[in-house]
Write a protein of this length. Structure first.
Length: 607
């Protein structure tokens, strides 16, 4: 993904001062780019993470007699005259990359280019663009106030029907943008503007700011982009971003619609339950996931809740049923939409779609994670499993199974008792284990490393004690571990770059412990981190050929590591189960099919 377009921890509101302001070169008093007229910069219209937008008035003639080249079929709001009565334009200043490393063309320009002419989306027309001094400058149609200004800042209580008008128009605009292969990526009240006051467009809704727009459909193949998650990559405005955006998932059409659902709740309520943690985008994400939609839309007319349910339950590459969403609001707009400050043309245009609502909801508040077990097909072998084992009985069980030719393959902990999986198909030739009462037994691990043992399983108890299992064979490897109180994705990524992969993972007393090894037999690895069981991420990764090779969870967060093995593993696809009791009955059902428990993890339910 393009790093240059990521905007972390953005303020999200026009009017808040940006500390970097003083470092920016001064905005020119006059602008002339390419063959444009000379524009006098008159006043600031808004300020975003990407630059400054000002009103400009043409005061001198264009150096060319040609009309400005236009990129849209929308009616012009500029008259072509110069002087005090000439129509104003909006001038967007974006500072050039001082390092000169980034190509000096803002992403937004490329998106406008790609959309070409006659795109049919209500965006401001691009009149001119070019560079002057330290700035990339885009001259576009001047529009009117944003929804933030028109409906929130200047309107103590917005009629619900007016918000319904916004809903239908915004859904229709997003549908048009999506149909051109793009998603907006930053849906929020600041980015929807009404037309200029006093013009026929004054109640028409426009979308601005394509700075974070990305393609959801590949230009050349027409295929949906591939699913991926980079947990450290956030783009958008935290207040309105979808939970998938917070979690660093590849953007798709559902993200714009989920942001729109939050925007509508914001217009109705004037704030959102996660207001106040703007900088801490992961806290916002947690709060979003923990807030039932029924609470978010409490005492709102049902169409808003219904739309939000549709939006947050869309899967990654599902086609949104825009016509159906619009039809939800039709009854609210009433017979005479002209009384509202925003047109609702889309409510009249659309016809209701037929697709029934999905019955299985992907989200609706936090799920209580408990036992997560992963099963893998394997040529017939012996497997023995014990759970609720205390520190005294653990060595006895392990010795007994060892005497029968089995080694520990996986361990987990629940309520300070251990669960142990032992089987005859590990390929290990020797094994040792220890229970350390507090944190990681670093000294013991180093001793075993010196004896050519490697960490092959690890579990942590709530009381901080750690069970570490180290094994020999079938091949030697170098290992390193990392302990952190947040999921250490940055460290993992750095180690991936050095050719090592995650081979074991646990959480101990709230800390993540991750073990990475060389010579793993993996050729690629990705992670899936979520605040609930990531059904969709697991399915997508399985479809892409990955296998789950590690899993661990805190009470409210779960991380899966997926790997592509060097050699195709023997056996069929993996299976995963999520159960509140120890998965004994699942095991009883899978063993006769030669599916064996390969990974196990327990997450304390959230109380
Ligand atoms: N064509 C326009 N007419 C009138 N005002 C505009 C226009 N374009 C932008 N603005 C004002 O400037 C603000 C910032 O514009 P824009 O979102 O394009 O900039 P940005 O730097 O990409 O912002 P952000 O980081 O918030 O996305 C808008 O919220 C709006 O108030």
């Amino acid at each position: 993904m393009d790093e240059a377009i990521a905007r972390l921890s953005r303020l999200g509101y026009m009017g808040l001062e940006d500390e970097s302001e003083s470092d920016s070169p001064p905005i020119p008093e006059e602008v002339q780019i390419e063959d444009s007229p000379i524009y006098r910069i008159e006043r600031q219209l808004g300020k975003g993470g990407n630059g400054l937008v000002c009103a400009g008035r043409p005061i001198g003639p264009s150096t060319s007699s040609d009309e400005p080249s236009t990129l849209s079929d929308e009616p012009s709001t500029s008259s072509g005259q110069t002087g005090p009565h000439a129509a104003e334009v909006a001038v967007k200043f974006q500072q050039k990359d001082p390092s000169g490393i980034e190509a000096n063309i803002p992403r937004e320009w490329k998106v406008y280019d790609d959309l070409g002419e006659n795109h049919g989306i209500p965006l401001p027309r691009v009149l001119y663009r070019g560079q002057q001094g330290d700035y990339n400058i885009l001259v576009i149609d001047l529009l009117g106030p944003s929804l933030q200004v028109r409906l929130v800042d200047n309107h103590p209580s917005i009629p619900l029907a007016a918000v319904a008008c916004v809903a239908v128009e915004a859904i229709s605009i997003l549908e048009k943008l999506h149909s051109r292969g793009y998603i907006h990526g930053d849906v929020k009240p600041d980015n929807f503007l009404l037309g200029p006051p006093g013009t026929p467009d004054e109640r028409k809704l426009f979308l601005i700011d394509l700075g974070l727009a990305v393609r959801w459909r590949c230009h050349s193949t027409g295929l949906h982009v591939r699913y991926h998650q980079s947990p450290d990559h956030f783009r958008g405005t935290p207040l309105f971003a979808s939970v998938h955006a917070h979690l660093g998932r590849t953007s798709s059409r559902r993200d714009d619609l989920e942001s729109l659902a939050y925007m509508l709740a914001f217009l109705i309520r004037g704030q959102l339950p996660w207001h106040g943690f703007q900088a801490e985008d992961m806290l916002i994400c947690k709060k979003k996931m923990a807030t039932p939609l029924e609470a978010l839309y409490h005492s709102c007319p049902p169409p808003f809740l219904q739309f939000a349910k549709f939006a947050v339950n869309l899967s990654f590459d599902e086609d949104p049923n825009y016509a159906r969403y619009i039809s939800l609001f039709r009854g609210m707009i009433g017979q005479n939409p002209y009384v509202w400050p925003v047109n609702a043309d889309a409510a009249r245009e659309s016809i209701e779609g037929d697709a029934p609502p999905k019955s299985s909801l992907l989200r609706g508040g936090l799920t209580r994670l408990q036992w997560i077990s992963i099963f893998q097909e394997h040529p017939p072998m012996r497997q023995r499993i014990r759970y609720n084992v205390d520190n005294v009985n653990l060595p006895l069980f392990i010795e007994e199974a060892r005497a029968d030719g089995m080694y520990v393959s996986s361990v987990a902990s629940r309520l300070n008792l251990w669960a142990v999986v032992m089987d005859s198909g590990t390929g290990f030739t020797a094994q040792v284990h220890t229970i350390s009462p507090e944190s990681l037994p670093q000294h013991w691990i180093r001793e075993q490393w010196a004896r050519n043992y490697h960490i092959t399983a690890i579990a942590g108890a709530d009381n901080g004690s750690t069970l570490v299992v180290m094994s020999k064979g079938p091949q030697n490897c170098r290992q390193s571990y990392h302990v952190a109180n947040t999921f250490p994705y940055g460290w993992i990524k750095r180690k991936w770059a050095g050719g090592t992969y995650v081979t074991a993972m646990a959480t101990v007393g709230g800390n993540w412990v991750v073990i990475m090894s060389s010579a793993t037999g993996f050729v690629h690895q990705v992670v899936e981190v979520d605040f609930q069981y990531p059904y969709e991420g697991i399915d997508e990764r399985w479809k892409q050929g990955y296998f789950i090779t590690s899993v661990a969870a805190t009470p409210d967060q779960v991380a899966f590591v997926f790997s592509i093995p060097e050699e195709e593993p023997v056996g069929g696809p993996q299976e995963a189960a999520q159960t509140s009791n120890f998965p004994e009955t699942v095991v009883a059902e899978t063993w006769p099919r030669n599916y064996y428990l390969s990974l196990l993890c327990y997450s304390r339910p959230v109380s």
